[in-house]
Design a protein around this ligand. Structure first.
Ligand SMILES: [Zn+2]
Length: 285
């Protein structure tokens, strides 16, 4: 019997290790990782997040020149790539609510077509989408023709906030205080939790970033059972080999040893109120 193809959607805060997880998973011959597909529209038209690497695919090419994405776009048989303006499903609200709902339907259909095209050209049976967005992910789940599963990835909110602040500074973005980032990350977490309540328990894998590093192999074996692929040894390094992913962590281009990054502890200690509030928010959920 032919197994139904599976979408694995990583839901998490930014800077939670989703690129690491997708990178390890993509080393399986059964799995293809495509990165953060909700940004695909922006990458095609060079708009929104991604300016730091000129919205290129992780292979280094522009999406219109990348061999992988070119094949996908050809497969979609679109008259014009302009059709792929937006690949993000957003919560419909405000005066344009009905328009947004219509647009969301188009995006859901387009995303299913893109997933199909990826399966067709790669012959993989599992696709990892590391978009991380809560409403976008749930909407795709509800409209999916595939076996659709979530990895709900959680990392210490203080680590996430400190890492986000660091990268925002590096890319000259508006400097946000650690407290603001902490609250924004917490709101995203609550949003994920709230929306995941409507997902069947058997379709969610709860992954804790800190726990992963305590026993990577055991957790990875567990994940392979949940997703349904043959497990293998967790690699020592995170590196790109023939990857064609959208977005992801800014330092994904260099080969890096896979290890727990505790650099944030010192920064947290220097900010006692942030450190304390983060501790409490982690405990709450
Ligand atoms: Zn590429």
């Amino acid at each position: 019997m032919k197994r139904r193809q599976t979408i694995v959607y990583i839901m998490s805060n930014q800077r939670s290790g989703s690129t690491l997880i997708e990178n390890i998973l993509s080393k399986s011959t059964e799995i293809i990782s495509v990165g953060e597909t909700y940004l695909l529209g922006g990458y095609l038209h060079k708009k929104g997040p991604g300016s730091a690497w000129d919205w290129n695919c992780s292979c280094g090419s522009n999406l219109n020149d990348c061999d992988f994405w070119k094949k996908i776009f050809n497969r979609l048989k679109l008259k014009d790539l302009e059709v792929i303006k937006n690949t993000k499903i957003i919560y419909p609200k405000g005066p344009d609510k009905e328009l947004i709902k219509e647009e969301n339907k188009h995006v859901a259909t387009l995303m299913n077509n893109i997933y199909n095209a990826v399966f067709d050209i790669t012959h993989c049976s599992i696709l990892v989408d590391s978009s991380k967005e809560a409403y976008h992910g749930i909407s795709l789940y509800r409209n999916s023709q595939f076996n659709f599963k979530f990895i709900y990835l959680k990392r210490d909110l203080r680590a996430v906030s400190i890492s986000r602040q660091k990268w925002r500074r590096k890319y000259d973005k508006e400097n946000l205080s650690l407290l603001k980032l902490l609250l924004a990350n917490y709101i995203h977490r609550i949003n994920c939790w709230f929306l995941l309540r409507s997902v069947k328990k058997k379709d969610i894998y709860n992954l804790n970033y800190e726990d992963f590093f305590k026993n990577p192999q055991e957790i990875f074996n567990d994940m392979s059972e949940f997703i349904g692929f043959n497990s293998f040894s967790v690699p020592d390094y995170m590196e790109l080999n023939d990857d064609h992913t959208i977005a992801g962590t800014p330092n994904r281009f260099e080969k890096r040893k896979i290890k727990y990054d505790d650099g944030w502890h010192d920064v947290a200690k220097k900010n006692p109120f942030f450190n304390f509030l983060g501790y409490i928010l982690n405990k709450i959920g």
